[in-house]
Design a protein around this ligand. Structure first.
Ligand SMILES: O=c1ccn([C@@H]2O[C@H](COP(=O)(O)O)[C@@H](O)[C@H]2O)c(=O)[nH]1
Length: 479
């Protein structure tokens, strides 16, 4: 079960969006837990917090720094604390990790040895840093997008309040992983900031922080940060509450207050546009993540686009954008690979220019030699039609991005055939349908595709990414 499934299960079982910070901060330790041995006092306090809250919260969030400063006994205390958390409740380790050199070993330690479910990360190192943590399929990360610290204003609001840097962090981090992998950490007392973040990331889990500095803000924070379904937002239990003897009752009352507000907010929400974040009315498509990410990075554009055939379509699919998002590019290559591994061939060829990166990625993953037919033959130099080494009589699998009429890919295949190579299989990412695979078949090729245009259209519509007009535009090709 992935982190967000685990989290959503506890949210629904405990009917709670609350999470608790498990921080052994000696300055906050209630007097009743103080003893000669500071570690045992802190330990008793943390155990008390867990036992009082276990059926009222959806996650625990230990802050690594508070344990580290206690030295070796502090790390021992962390292990004790982690062990005391029931396994069905997700643990988010608040580490704000931000160092590329230690990311691989740190991810391995926290996820496989310490057994935490998610971690907070600093965004500054970028996608490569985050990728070290996302190689663990059931784990997740929360990217620090915004903090409430007034000193951070000049950075976070840079260069202007219309287009602040914190929103850029949100937009960028959406490209680093799926909503099942990457959530957002947002520290703010300002509901406007939260609603701007929610507007650009309607599908992401937001872990709110520092919301309690201003009183009477809770309703506004919930209204700004909840998804249209009344979820997608984690609320911290106020630190002061954790020092109270009647902790359990106080949390219960806060939980009731939040749930009442959630009901009210979702009932008042416009019924015109409902965001189906992870909800699919039809069966969930196995490539759901891939389709949504492809859409989110702008691979599907609406407008009037003239095709190679001269026809005008009300949209254009630009798969070349994928190469600029390594995490997605990797998934795309893996999807092609699933098809190629069942085929028989000596070399892989990509159709220029769009499919050269794909063919390169596949050649490296499959350890298979690559060649490609030139788009135009140079009037100077070697004047080669085919680049790379090959031997007549070999079989080549051809990869391309999208099949519309099949003209481009068949032209490429013909060039390869003209030098004595055999082409049986053509593999594309998207089949535009309208009988194009039959056309390939009539010309002696077997066509394979990762996705069809209908699957993409249906999935985007079901997930709430496109509206009815856009759904019709994408379906128009069938008319
Ligand atoms: O939405 C689109 C449409 C076309 N392309 C590019 O065209 C060829 C496929 O067109 P054929 O008619 O099958 O020759 C494809 O290789 C793309 O380069 C596109 O990217 N997006």
């Amino acid at each position: 079960m992935n982190f967000f499934d685990k989290l959503n299960q506890v949210i629904s079982e405990n009917q709670s969006l609350l999470f608790v910070g498990l921080d052994p901060n000696p300055e906050m330790m209630p007097t009743c837990f103080q003893s000669k041995n500071i570690i045992s006092g802190l330990s008793d306090w943390l155990q008390f917090i867990i036992s009082e809250t276990v059926d009222k919260v959806c996650a625990y969030k230990p802050t690594l720094g508070f344990y580290e400063v206690l030295g070796a006994p502090g790390l021992e205390l962390l292990h004790q604390t982690l062990a005391a958390i029931p396994p069905h409740i997700p643990i988010i380790l608040d580490a704000k990790h931000g160092d590329l050199n230690t990311s691989t070993i740190f991810a391995k330690t926290v996820f496989t040895e310490w057994g935490v479910d998610a971690i907070t990360l600093s965004p500054y190192i970028g996608q490569e840093h985050v990728a070290s943590f996302l190689v663990y399929p059931d784990k997740a990360v929360f990217i620090l997008c915004c903090t409430s610290n007034s000193n951070a204003f000049s950075l976070q609001q840079y260069p202007s309040s219309e287009s602040p840097f914190y929103l850029q962090v949100v937009k960028e981090s959406k490209n680093w992983g799926t909503p099942e992998q990457v959530g957002l950490e947002v520290g703010t007392t300002n509901p406007d900031i939260l609603s701007r973040i929610r507007a650009v990331s309607p599908e992401r889990m937001i872990m709110a922080r520092s919301i309690w500095a201003e009183s009477d803000n809770l309703y506004k924070i919930l209204a700004a940060g909840l998804t249209a379904n009344g979820d997608g937002l984690l609320i911290p239990v106020p630190i002061d509450m954790l020092t109270q003897e009647n902790l359990s009752e106080q949390i219960q009352s806060l939980q009731t207050q939040i749930n009442q507000a959630r009901t009210e907010i979702t009932q008042n929400a416009s019924s015109c546009s409902v965001w189906f974040s992870d909800v699919c009315l039809l069966e969930k498509h196995p490539q759901l993540d891939l389709i949504l990410q492809m859409y989110d990075i702008g691979c599907i554009m609406f407008g009037n686009y003239v095709q190679a055939s001269g026809k005008t379509f009300p949209y254009y699919v630009d798969l070349r954008k994928v190469i600029s998002t390594p995490q997605l590019f990797h998934q795309v290559i893996k999807a092609y690979e699933e098809i190629l591994k069942n085929l028989s061939f000596d070399r892989v060829a990509g159709i220029p220019y769009g499919s050269l990166p794909t063919a390169t990625g596949l050649a490296l993953r499959l350890n298979c030699p690559m060649i490609f037919p030139r788009k135009e033959v140079k009037a100077h130099g070697t004047r080669k039609l085919i680049e790379g080494e090959f031997f007549a009589g070999e079989t080549v699998v051809v990869v391309d991005d999208i099949l519309i009429s099949g003209k481009s890919v068949m032209e490429g295949a013909e060039k390869l055939k003209s030098v004595g190579l055999n082409i049986n299989d053509i593999v594309v990412f998207i089949d535009h349908e309208q009988g194009v695979k039959d056309r390939l078949q009539q010309n002696g090729y077997r066509g394979h595709s990762v996705l069809t245009m209908s699957e993409i259209t249906e999935t985007l519509y079901q997930a709430g990414r496109i509206n009815e007009g856009q759904f019709s535009a994408l379906s128009e090709r069938n008319a």
